[in-house]
Design a protein around this ligand. Structure first.
Ligand code: UD1
Ligand code: CA
Length: 465
């Protein structure tokens, strides 16, 4: 392929979103809308230069994309797509080659379509190639006007179109290949005498024709791939389409889903084969799930690493944590950030774990809070055990060595250490370290008053008589 560069237009506010947040930063399947075009360029297309045009909330967009391979250009006033591209002359003015122009609000476009288009454009020796698509309902898009010979003559925006022109169902996708320096020469001739008073980028088609340059069109078959997102309703449609793409991919890779439509998986997740995802699960961020796991129903896992054959049961939430092979979590468990479960560990109902390491084979099956703790292997945490890690000012650590048995309803007042093999009597409040293999009892001794009930009855009778 000849030299080429990409421009992504992202300076508009996105009025139709009715939002305080600029359109291209709205989240779409867990990522900012603009990330789709940017990642496509940086990771797949890899042209010589990637230029992003920003205007509305420019600072915010720049901060969100710190990658140094991106060149930002600021369009101070949003005077239209033609004006936006003209502003890039400051960085591409001396560039000679093909410029692919994309919109930040068309995130479903694939690398394959774009590469085919660039190849077609260069192969034809065209000055301008327009990516077009047929839409059952073309409302809102610019219509493609062709001449008698079928060549593209111009694009007319909805607002400027006659009734007959509006009936045309072939529309402009807003994606173009244009040769530089022709692009910047043509933009110099574009005027804003139209219904919106804007400089329209597609007007460079007329300019190419005047100069007898070759104009081509490249059709894309799937109208969904080039849908522009202008409203929240379109955002929701795009999210569903992208989510379905991810689910199809995940199933192709050997994952079973009972009810795929109910499962939300962000594209950055990875799931290995023979894992089953039950309905209503949310898998977010950089989550990696190993082979043969059973997840859900109704689990939410974010930015976590899950080993092989792990079970994550009903209503469990796992964030920023790491779970080794064969562990079981849930139902109704909550693993907060920085938790690590060793191989075969079990965390059961209504157990919350935070910033703790739990050794292999250790069990905390019911109603516990484990925070800032280091727990060894084969430990039994009885029901209702609480690490009292916070004294109102500071957090303190609890250390529990291998094979400790913690009886039910124990309060471990941190900092505290339970030595290996120790036994803690149920109901204890442990405030001092326990030596290895000791029995610790931290509660008042039970008293039983002999025949107390019988004596009480006698006393009561005496009063009545
Ligand atoms: C545009 C096309 C239309 C096409 C449609 C496809 C024009 C005049 N119309 O219309 O033919 O069918 O896309 O989706 O180009 N932008 C700037 N600066 C500006 C104006 C816009 O950077 O001054 C950016 C926007 O942020 C957006 C993109 O350009 O990412 C497209 O702008 P938008 O206003 O959405 O154009 P459409 O009306 O959808
Ligand atoms: Ca648009």
């Amino acid at each position: 392929m000849k030299k080429w560069a990409v421009i992504i237009m992202a300076a508009g506010k996105g009025k139709r979103m009715r939002s305080d947040l600029v359109k291209v930063l709205h989240p779409l399947l867990g990522k900012m809308m603009l990330s789709y075009a940017v990642e496509l360029c940086l990771e797949e297309l890899q042209p010589e230069k990637v230029v992003v045009i920003v205007g509305h909330q420019a600072r915010k967009i720049r901060d969100a994309f710190p990658d140094r391979r991106i060149t930002f250009v600021e369009q101070q006033e949003q005077l239209g797509t033609g004006h936006a591209v003209a502003v890039t002359e400051s960085v591409l003015g001396s560039f000679a080659g093909t410029i692919l122009i994309l919109s930040g609000d068309t995130p479903l476009i694939t690398a394959q379509t774009l590469l085919e288009m660039v190849q077609y454009h260069q192969g034809q020796g065209a000055a301008l190639t327009l990516l077009t698509v047929y839409r059952e309902d073309p409302t809102g898009y610019g219509r493609v006007i062709r001449g008698a010979a079928g060549t593209v003559h111009r694009v007319v925006e909805e607002q400027d179109a006659s009734k007959r022109e509006r009936e045309i169902t072939e529309v402009n996708t807003g994606i173009y290949c244009v040769e530089a320096p022709f692009l910047y020469q043509a933009l110099g001739t574009v005027r804003s005498d139209n219904a919106q008073g804007e400089y329209y980028l597609p007007d460079i088609i007329a300019s190419a024709r005047r100069k007898k340059k070759k104009v081509k069109s490249f059709p894309v078959a799937d109208p969904l791939e080039v849908m522009g997102i202008n409203t929240r309703a379109e955002l929701a449609v795009a999210e569903q389409l992208l989510a379905d793409r991810v689910r199809q991919q995940v199933m192709t890779e050997g994952v079973t889903m009972q009810d795929p439509a109910s499962v939300y998986i962000e594209p950055s997740c990875r799931i290995e084969k023979d894992t089953i995802i039950y309905p209503n699960c949310y898998l977010r961020g950089k989550t990696v799930i190993g082979e043969g796991c059973r997840i859900g129903p109704q689990a939410e896992i974010s930015d976590s690493r899950i080993g092989d054959r792990v079970q994550v049961k009903f209503c469990t939430m796992i964030t920023d944590s790491w779970i080794d092979d064969d562990a079981v979590v849930g139902p109704f468990s909550h693993l907060r950030p920085d938790s690590h479960l060793g191989k075969g560990a079990k965390i059961g109902n209504f157990v919350e774990v935070k910033k703790s390491r739990i050794g292999p084979g250790t069990k905390a099956n019911h109603l516990s809070y484990i925070g800032d703790a280091e727990i060894g292997a084969q430990v039994n945490i009885g029901a209702g055990t609480i690490t009292c890690n916070y004294d109102g000012q500071h957090k303190h650590r609890t250390v529990i060595e291998d094979k400790v048995f913690v009886g039910s309803n124990t309060a471990l007042v941190a900092p505290v250490k339970l030595g290996a093999g120790a036994v803690i009597a149920a109901g204890s409040t442990v405030t001092k370290d326990v030596p290895p293999y000791a029995l610790a009892v931290g509660r008042t001794r039970q008293k039983s008053l002999k025949k107390w009930v019988v004596k009480r009855e006698k006393r009561n009778k005496g009063r009545q008589g």
